[in-house]
Design a protein around this ligand. Structure first.
Ligand SMILES: Cc1ncc(COP(=O)(O)O)c(C=O)c1O
Length: 380
């Protein structure tokens, strides 16, 4: 029997490929987006405490009430937003799952979804698995701003949603209030729903602010907003996240969620609830900005060039046009095998594999890792 191919992405994701190649070549892995430094000991201790306190059985389907309340308090404190923990927040096993669940709650066969590219690689397969069609719209190099005319032109009667990501993986670009206002103008007289992937919301640099779709009163009413604890507390392996959406959207989201995984890891929820409820949390943006600046200071001694420092996320996109004219897929493999540093080719984030001779570095690493990697690249 031949099983159906439900989406157009064949083979293994580039992140798995590059991480495996890095391991095989004993290369320094600046490809996949995960920190190589330890989590806060307090958070680890809380996970242990949870198991000792008996938080070892299924959690309620929407998530532990104390974690949903802690998230609600956190958004009130950081954004001045009122979010109902019972009707607007659902805990999920990571943001990737939350994105899939939101798409599944929303999409029907034949629908179209606008995807701004370069894009995180799960979006299009998720859309296609639901029988819908992705309509890619390229962001504008070199600053990766949105080409609003192209967005307008991509809208059809079949457009059900648009997925937005700020701060942006892989380019580090962030949306302004004006971007949200323009999007609101464009979709005002449509039924288009917004999926806003804000997993890097706490990683914004140089005094800039993350502007959430939740702060846009009009758009908030038609948005699923997806978050990841892994990106904030450096524990990507816990696979913990959440979805914030208006009550009617949350009902639809939970309709799918309760038959996908039903409930999420209880001890991790307890630990995160306690951790989030501390009076003061570590300054993640400040810490990551230091890493970005250190990475950029080392990059200056290599032939790589940048358009501008990442405004957010923990990625820096760089050009290797000064070094090689190889396609980016080949260049990253060569760099891993011959120079011992693994990165990600930006063409992997485009459905048409557009190649602008750009690669992505993850700088969420110990200073010693960044230094070792750059020592190798200085020899290029
Ligand atoms: C833009 C974006 N969205 C979602 C995710 C996934 O988050 P999680 O690990 O919580 O599934 C990532 C992880 O790299 C990401 O970069």
């Amino acid at each position: 029997m031949i099983l159906p191919q439900k989406h157009s992405a064949t083979g293994t994701t580039i992140f798995t490929v590059m991480s495996a190649l890095a391991q095989q070549c004993n290369a320094i892995n600046l490809s996949q987006g995960f920190p190589d430094f330890p989590i806060d000991e307090k958070l680890g201790a809380l996970l242990f405490e949870a198991t000792q306190q008996g938080f070892n059985q299924y959690a309620p389907m929407p998530g532990l009430p104390q974690l949903r309340q802690a998230i609600s308090n956190d958004f009130a404190k950081r954004y001045g937003l009122s979010i109902n923990p019972d009707t607007e927040i659902t805990i999920t096993p990571g943001a990737t799952y939350a994105i899939y669940t939101a798409f599944t709650a929303l999409l029907e066969a034949g629908d179209e979804v606008i995807v701004l590219e370069p894009a995180y690689d799960s979006y299009i397969p998720n859309i296609e698995t639901n029988g819908a069609k992705a309509i890619p719209v390229p962001l504008q190099a070199p600053d990766f701003s949105v080409d609003w005319e192209r967005v307008k032109n991509a809208i059809s009667k079949k457009t059900k949603a648009i997925i937005v990501n700020t701060p942006h993986n892989p380019t580090g670009a962030i949306w302004t209030k004006e971007d949200w206002d323009i999007l609101a103008d464009i979709i005002r007289n449509t039924n288009i729903v917004v999926l806003s992937d804000e997993v890097y919301e706490q990683l914004v640099f140089d005094g800039k602010q993350h502007i959430s779709v939740l702060q846009h009163e009009e758009l908030r009413k038609r948005s699923f907003v997806l978050y990841s604890f892994g990106k904030v507390f450096h524990n990507t392996g816990w696979k913990m996240g959440y979805c914030i959406a208006p009550p009617d959207y949350t009902i639809a989201f939970r309709r799918i969620h309760q038959f996908l995984c039903f409930a999420v890891n209880t001890p991790a929820q307890y630990a995160l609830a306690q951790y989030l409820s501390q009076p003061a949390l570590p300054d993640v943006s400040g810490m990551m900005q230091q890493k970005r600046d250190y990475f950029l200071s080392l990059l200056k001694d290599t032939p790589f060039t940048i358009h501008e420092p990442a405004a957010g996320s923990y990625f820096q996109t760089v050009s290797y046009a000064n070094i090689s004219s190889q396609p980016d897929m080949e260049f990253t493999q060569w760099l891993t095998k011959e120079h011992g540093v693994a990165t990600i080719p930006i063409s992997a984030f485009y459905s048409n594999k557009k190649d602008d001779k750009l690669i992505r570095f993850c700088f969420a690493k110990k200073e010693s890792t960044l230094q070792d990697a750059m020592d190798r690249l200085r020899k290029l």
